[in-house]
Design a protein. Sequence first.
Lengths: 262, 442
Amino acid sequence: MDASAPPVLRRRLWWHVRIALLETRFQFLSSLRLPAFAVPTLLFPVFFYLFFAVVFQSGGASLVAPTYMLATYGVFGVLGPSIFGFGVGLAQERDTGALLLKRTTPMPAGAFLFARVGTAAIFGAVVVGTLFLLAGFAAGVELHRSQWFSLAGIILAAVLPFSAIGLAIGAWAKQQAAVAIVNLAFIGMSLISGLWVPIYMLPNVMQDIAVVFPTFHLGQLALKVIDLDLGGPVWLHLVLLVGQTAVCLAVAAAGFRRFSGR
Amino acid sequence: MTPSERPPWRRDPFIAAVGIAAFVGLLMTLPVPEPADPPGGPLPETTFAVVDVAVFDGEEFRPHRDVWVEDGRIRAVGQRLRLPDDLPRVDGGGHTLLPGLIDAHTHTYGLVLTDALRFGVTTVFDQFTSPSILVQKRAAREDLSRGNEADLFSAGNVATAPGGHGTQFGVPIATLTTAGEASTFVRERKEEGSDWIKIIWEDGGTFGADIPTLDRETIAAVIEAAHAEELLAVIHVSTLEHGLAALEMGVDGLVHVWGDEVISEEDASRFAEAGVFVIPTLSVRVAAAGESLGPDLLEATAPEYVSPMQRQTLTQTFPRPVGTSEASIESVRRLHAAGVRILAGTDAPNPGTGFGISMHGELRLLERAGLTPAEALAAATAHPPAAFGIEDRGRLQRGRIADLLLVAGDLEGDLTRTTAIAGVWKDGFPVEAAWATSPEPR
């Protein structure tokens, strides 16, 4: 290898990191300035948790409900920013031509994706942080330190599979349709996967359908940390999650090829 | 403005690092559970909780439960209970907590109630003892103060013929001969404090003897008289034929399974339809057949936990083999399959059995007869009190007496773990494990 290569490589790597972080900053700021995005994604899960887990459960004999809902509303909390950011945001940028403009700049495609995922993760972290504070200091939930960290880790990792869903929708749907489809997916998947109402309270048919959705598997993995899951093996949830994410990415790739060929 | 012109604290990597640090810091401040002590040390008493333990509640196994005991009674059982911060806690991780065992067939004398308690048997249903013991022990059943004996419920003086089975122990007991004496006999037992009536139907045929026994007419009359006094009537039989005849007479339960032949599936169904319960006492049945579990139980238990009397009775043998263990175990299998309620009982301290310790063998024998671990444990916890109409024990349930057995391991997967005793509580008080005061923790 050429003697001058390492510094150059280092410089290029740094350049990529800087671009990615910069794009994330701007993506985050623009999302924050879009109340239609920021308000529901931040407030929905927090208010749900406040009412159903803190207010309704105060003084209860058991902490099962607030603990259970911490896991499910946490997953719900990252679902919003992930699929709205990609699903609606991407469709919008494509239809308005902003995406085409970005493609003419030297910005690598990786930075674009990183910024979207990063923005969803930041919003997700804010939601998770708020939910955890409410759970720990208002609802009375107590977890072992390792459980707090595992739960936070699993919930934030959910940004990746959820972003893939958003990407698949955003790659195909027109802007107006994307809003409807994303909302449908957001509400439908949350409900069927037991993120709003515990899954064991739902009819068995819905439980069977839920297996199709990544939301179900993320919910179960998060609940496993606190011993409240349905008892499926971790590896099976992971295998299905990876498979479902691969399908979403393939669908998204096909959508982009169609867009580029037009 | 390009990034390089920003002051360092406004640069993206710095902001990202601060954000991540803040998030981790938040996770570090969130509340964690109050520390719980592992069961190795001294155990708390009367008011405490066993947390994150697998429970057997009397019916089924449930993982990750908290059990909250208050003033010697169970206050709550559930997941993630909201417990007071200052409540003493035992960490139940890797352990199973179950109601104290109930031996539904024993005979009480000497220190046997202490021996029973050390092995997690917190209540015994005695099937023949001196009425004076019965009166003496009665108060302790309701009393939740510290004690070192299992609670006693008893038939007291059995209904047997003069010179019959039960009269050979050198203690004078009341007997009867004719059906006409039945109602007086039963009323006297009730006044004496008998909790139910036990009838002996034993002519000695199965062990080559010829001993006097009650005739059928008298047995039927005693059953009827017991029911008139609102008492249960249970019966000792040694043969299938006598068991079926007692069933026809309206008996409530059998305190042994026979050892002479295997019951047919049709006859087993008749027991189920009549709602008659059976206490097979397989421990004594296999011992009578010459296959006592005594040596196995002694080998599995550290010597300092076995009293001299337990050791003595466990190693005793019957003079000659009576019946076969196959006939007894296969009959229990069919009775259980037909839906008959099976209760665990040992007939301790007969030869080959030991008070308390043999209940752990009885559970294994019931498993051998086709009961699942949960069914075998139900036969030793929730079912005996239900069958005998006693409501304050046998389940991990709000309001029940805190008679508890904590064992290391998962009983659902391995029922032999019942001998890995990590703690016994009677009325919420921890019980000393060794028979003599021993400095060695278990």
